[in-house]
Ligand binder design. Structure first.
Ligand code: KG4
Ligand code: ZN
Length: 359
C-alpha cells in the first residue's frame, strides 16, 4: 500500500496593518495563491492608517479573502470525519500536497485590533479543520519573502529589512535563526518616506508617491545629510526628515520633484552603504532585501549594482512580495512548523513583538 504523502500546504493569514491577505503556499516555497486586499483608499483621506477603521475592515474583508485564496489554490478543506462518526465523507483532494498542513497567522508586531482579527480567524479555522495553528512573527515573514521566489537562498545571508515600522540589518544564519546587527534608533525608513511625503503634500502611502515623483526630479539638487552612524550598524532617519522640512520652509519655491529625488537618494545611499559593509564584515555570499521599502525603484537598482560590484548574490523579491502579503506568512509558518511544531491555541497577539533572535 502506498502511504499518502503528509500535507505540505499552509494557509497564511496577514492582518497586521492595512492589508487583508491570505495565501496558500506548499512546502514553504510554492505559492498556489496570494490574495491581498488593500485598505489604502479607506485610510488615504486621513493621511495614514486609522487603527480602528483597519480592524473593522479586516473583519469584513478577511472571510472573502481567505475563501478566494483557497479556491484559487484548488484546496479541498472539507472537515475530517469526527471520531466515531458513521458518516463517510468523499475522499479529500486528489493531490495530497493540496491538503492543508496548518493555518498560520501573523501574531505581531502590528496593530492590536487588526492582529486579533487574523489570529482569531486562523485559530478558528485550525480548530474546525483539525490542523495545527502556527503563530508567525511579521518580521520573520518579511525575511522569508525572498526565499519564496528564489529557492537558492543559502545561509548565512545578510538581510536589509526596511518597512513602515522597522529598519534592520539582520544576519539570517538558518531557518528561524537570526542575529540582529543594527536597527533604526528613531524613524523607520518607510516612516521617513511617509512623513516626508505627507509634508510635501504627496498623500498616502508616501513611499510609492515619492518613488513616482522622484523620477521627474534631480537627485543631486539638494545635498541632504546621510547619517551613516559610523562604527555601528544602527540607523537614524529623523534628522534627514527634519532637514527636508527645514530646507523646504527656507526655500518655498523649490521643486517638489527635486526634494523628493534628493531625499530618496539620501535614504538609499545610507541603506545600500550599510548593507554592503555588513555583508563584507559577515563574509556573506548573499545580500537580501525585504520589507515594503524594498519596493522602491532606486533602492532596488542601487542594491543590484552594489551586489554586482562586490560579487554578492542578490536576493530581491518582486514588489508584490516586498509589501505586506500572506504568502510570506505561510512560508514562515511552514518553517516554524518544521522547527517547533504547532503553536498553542492560547498564543496571543503581541503588538510590540521583536524578531526572535538566534539562540
Ligand atoms: O512592509 P510594509 O508593507 O508594511 C510594514 O510592515 O510596515 O511596508 C510599508 C512601508 C510604507 O512606509 C510605505 O510607504 C513603504 O513601505 N513603501 C515604499 C514603497 N512602497 C511601499 N517606500 C518607498 N518606495 C516604494 N516604492
Ligand atoms: Zn510588513
Amino acid at each position: 500500500m502506498v502511504e499518502a504523502a503528509a500535507p505540505r500546504a499552509v494557509l497564511g493569514i496577514e492582518t497586521s496593518c492595512d492589508e487583508t491577505a491570505a495565501a496558500v503556499v506548499v512546502g514553504g516555497r510554492q505559492v498556489l495563491s496570494s490574495v491581498v486586499s488593500s485598505q489604502v483608499d479607506l485610510h488615504a483621506r486621513f493621511g495614514g492608517v486609522v487603527p480602528e477603521l483597519a480592524g473593522r475592515a479586516h473583519v469584513e474583508l478577511l472571510s472573502p479573502v481567505v475563501a478566494e485564496a483557497l479556491v484559487e489554490a484548488g484546496m479541498d478543506v472539507r472537515p475530517p470525519p469526527r471520531r466515531g462518526s458513521t458518516v463517510r465523507l468523499p475522499p479529500v483532494g486528489e493531490d495530497p500536497s493540496r491538503n492543508l498542513a496548518a493555518v498560520a497567522a501573523t501574531v505581531g508586531p502590528g496593530l492590536i485590533g487588526s492582529l486579533l482579527v487574523g489570529v482569531s480567524t486562523a485559530k478558528s479555522l485550525a480548530l474546525v479543520w483539525d490542523v495545527p495553528f502556527v503563530a508567525v512573527n511579521h518580521l520573520e515573514a518579511h525575511l522569508y519573502a525572498a526565499s519564496l521566489e528564489d529557492p537558492d537562498l543559502r545561509f548565512p545571508t545578510v538581510v536589509l529589512l526596511v518597512s513602515g515600522g522597522h529598519t534592520m540589518l539582520v544576519v539570517m544564519e538558518g531557518h528561524g535563526r537570526y542575529r540582529l546587527l543594527g536597527q533604526t534608533l528613531d524613524d523607520a525608513a518607510g516612516e521617513a518616506f511617509d512623513k516626508v511625503a505627507r509634508f510635501l503634500g504627496l498623500g498616502y502611502p508616501g513611499g510609492p508617491a515619492i518613488d513616482r515623483v522622484a523620477m521627474e526630479g534631480d537627485p543631486e539638487a539638494i545635498d541632504f545629510p546621510r547619517a551613516l552612524m559610523e562604527g555601528g550598524w544602527d540607523f537614524s532617519f529623523s534628522g534627514l526628515k527634519t532637514a527636508v522640512i527645514t530646507y523646504v520652509r527656507a526655500h518655498p519655491e523649490v521643486s517638489t520633484a527635486d526634494v523628493a529625488a534628493s531625499f530618496q537618494q539620501a535614504v538609499v545611499d545610507v541603506l545600500v552603504e550599510k548593507a554592503r559593509r555588513a555583508a563584507k564584515q559577515e563574509r556573506a555570499e548573499a545580500l537580501c532585501l525585504a520589507g515594503g521599502v524594498a519596493a522602491n525603484s532606486l533602492l532596488r537598482e542601487r542594491f543590484l549594482e552594489a551586489c554586482q560590484a562586490d560579487g554578492l548574490r542578490p536576493f530581491v523579491p518582486s514588489r508584490a512580495m516586498c509589501t505586506d502579503n500572506a504568502a510570506m506568512v505561510a512560508a514562515a509558518g511552514w518553517w516554524r512548523l518544521q522547527l517547533e511544531g504547532p503553536s498553542p491555541l492560547d498564543t496571543g497577539a503581541d503588538p510590540a513583538m521583536g524578531l526572535c533572535l538566534a539562540g
